[in-house]
Ligand binder design. Structure first.
Ligand SMILES: [Zn+2]
Length: 521
């Protein structure tokens, strides 16, 4: 009786797990069964594997006349796809001793094989290979298709100790693992070997939208605070003043994410991502006409919603008040908990949705309420109904409210800052500010819990405490906590360890209560 076992890895939506592929061979009439809850693709893989083995220079399993049983475990999870062709073929060839594993170089419990086989033995890429590579244990050695590695150069730096081998076909992989040929892994020690395939580095001298937006110093300051501390922000005011452009330009000042967060971003996406998205986090722009399901995700075919695709990045909703009220209401849970729970099969699945919201809005249907350049033509009732679309609970969760003024009435509203940073300066600022927060509390100020906020309050000195106490009459407890979080970010941007009255004053200037007369919640 002959037996061998190798490892593979499955990454399906949000389940990632190791799969052990065992093959047992005994004498008897030829048969080949694969057990362990495989879907149709796996039972079809039998014919592909037999053909691939034959065309790779090995004896055909059929002519050998053995009884072959291959088991995929854990047996209880439903495995999908053709990704197990390669590990099944390898475990068969090891069991029949037609190939060997150089266990010194390739310890069996550290090696993962992922790939589909063609009839002539080529290894084909499978979906979610990148996700699998990211989720394997730290010192894994992973074998994948050489066609699967387009994104690998951009990932090398976060793979640390993992080694990745990319091979064209089954024969090449058996030659590598048996030591017949010596090939360098394409990735080892966090470096990608084939430098000629490196993607072009983004040109940092490109035109900056952030820099091209003029006379919006206060909005830029608020956006910088919002990005630095992970606070939700809304820009509102008449149309034609560049709200959308300004919101989009915040993409340019996103600081680099930690390696762990980059991995989280990659795991959330099935499509190819570009380098800036991986390093700085996603920027997802959605329109107000988006459906609830596209925004939130879930459903029968289990779609990842925009709020989860924006995980560790920005969700930008243009014209928030144009969104259907029930769609808007669905943002309540993820805005507060940074996670969304979906029903999947018989259980509930929690999907990360730690996004930062940037929104724009007009304050009335025609958009010109409060404008000095054009008369608003809306009736009072229309305006109130329009503004009511943003409910109390949603508006409560938006930390920073910025009114974009008419070009002609705008004057420098600088408070406590006399220079508006250009794109590069702003990026350095947000980056440094996030580093301070992670060093102190391992999270952004926008993510602080109630007890952590209470602790900040308990450390306020007399003057700051007096300013803070005065807000009791205008803010709810939740509002006061949000005020402290923003104040903390303002202090961090100024490199101040202590939370001073001026920080609270500036934070107060961004509160929605300043606009309560024109913007009723
Ligand atoms: Zn109007």
């Amino acid at each position: 009786m002959k037996y061998a076992s190798v490892l593979s890895f499955a990454a399906e939506s949000f389940d990632n797990y190791q799969v052990r592929v065992e093959t047992d061979i005994s004498r008897g009439i030829f048969s080949f069964s694969i057990v362990g809850l495989g879907d149709k693709a796996i039972s079809e893989s039998r014919d592909r594997i037999i053909s691939a083995i034959k065309h790779s220079g090995f004896e055909s399993p059929k002519t050998k006349g053995n009884k072959i049983v291959t088991s995929l475990s854990p047996a209880y999870s439903k495995k999908q796809g053709s990704r197990f062709d390669l590990p099944i073929a390898i475990s068969y060839l090891l069991a029949t001793q037609e190939t060997q594993l150089d266990t010194k170089k390739f310890p069996v419990n550290r090696c993962y094989f992922i790939g589909e086989l063609t009839l002539n033995g080529d290894v084909r890429p499978v979906p979610d290979t990148i996700k699998s590579i990211l989720n394997t244990p730290e010192d894994s050695i992973i074998f994948v298709s050489s066609k699967d590695i387009e994104l690998l150069p951009t990932l090398a730096h976060i793979l640390a100790k993992k080694k990745v081998y990319a091979a064209k076909n089954l024969k090449e992989i058996t030659d590598i693992i048996s030591g017949k040929i010596i090939v360098d892994p394409v990735i080892s020690n966090g470096e990608y070997k084939k430098t000629k395939r490196l993607p072009r580095i983004e040109n940092t001298e490109d035109k900056s939208v952030w820099d091209s937006v003029q006379n919006q110093d206060r909005a830029k300051r608020a956006l910088t605070i919002s990005i630095a501390g992970g606070h939700h922000i809304i820009l509102f005011g008449p149309p034609g003043l560049g709200k959308t452009m300004l919101a989009e330009s915040s993409n340019e000042i996103l600081p680099a994410l930690s390696a762990q967060k980059q991995i989280e971003v990659l795991c959330m996406h099935n499509d190819n991502l570009d380098l800036p998205t991986i390093t700085n986090g996603p920027f997802r722009k959605v329109n107000s006409t988006i459906s609830s399901q596209a925004l939130i995700g879930g459903g029968n075919s289990f779609r990842t919603g925009e709020i989860s695709l924006a995980h560790n990045g920005i969700l930008f909703i243009d014209e928030l008040l144009e969104m259907k009220k029930d769609t808007l209401e669905k943002l309540r849970e993820p805005l507060e908990n940074k996670i969304i729970s979906h029903k999947k099969y018989l259980y509930r699945q929690k999907v990360p949705a730690n996004f930062q919201l940037i929104a724009t809005a007009n304050l009335c249907p025609c958009g010109y309420i409060g404008s000095q350049i054009k008369q608003c033509i809306c009736r009072v009732g229309e305006i109130l109904r329009y503004q009511k679309r943003i409910s109390g609970p949603i508006s409560d969760r938006i930390d920073l409210w910025i009114k974009i003024n008419d070009k002609y009435s705008d004057k420098k509203e600088a408070e406590g800052y006399d220079h508006t940073p250009c794109r590069n300066e702003a990026k350095i600022l947000t980056d440094a500010c996030r580093k301070i927060q992670y060093a102190r509390q391992q999270k952004l100020n926008g993510e602080l819990t109630a007890s952590e906020v209470l602790e900040i309050i308990s450390r306020l000195r007399k003057e700051a405490l007096t300013v803070f106490k005065k807000t009791e009459s205008i803010l709810s407890t939740r509002g006061q906590h949000r005020l402290i979080k923003i104040s903390r970010t303002i202090a961090d941007l100024g490199n101040s360890e202590e939370l001073l009255p001026e920080h609270i004053h500036e934070a107060l200037s961004y509160r929605k209560e300043n606009y309560i007369d024109t913007f009723q919640s």
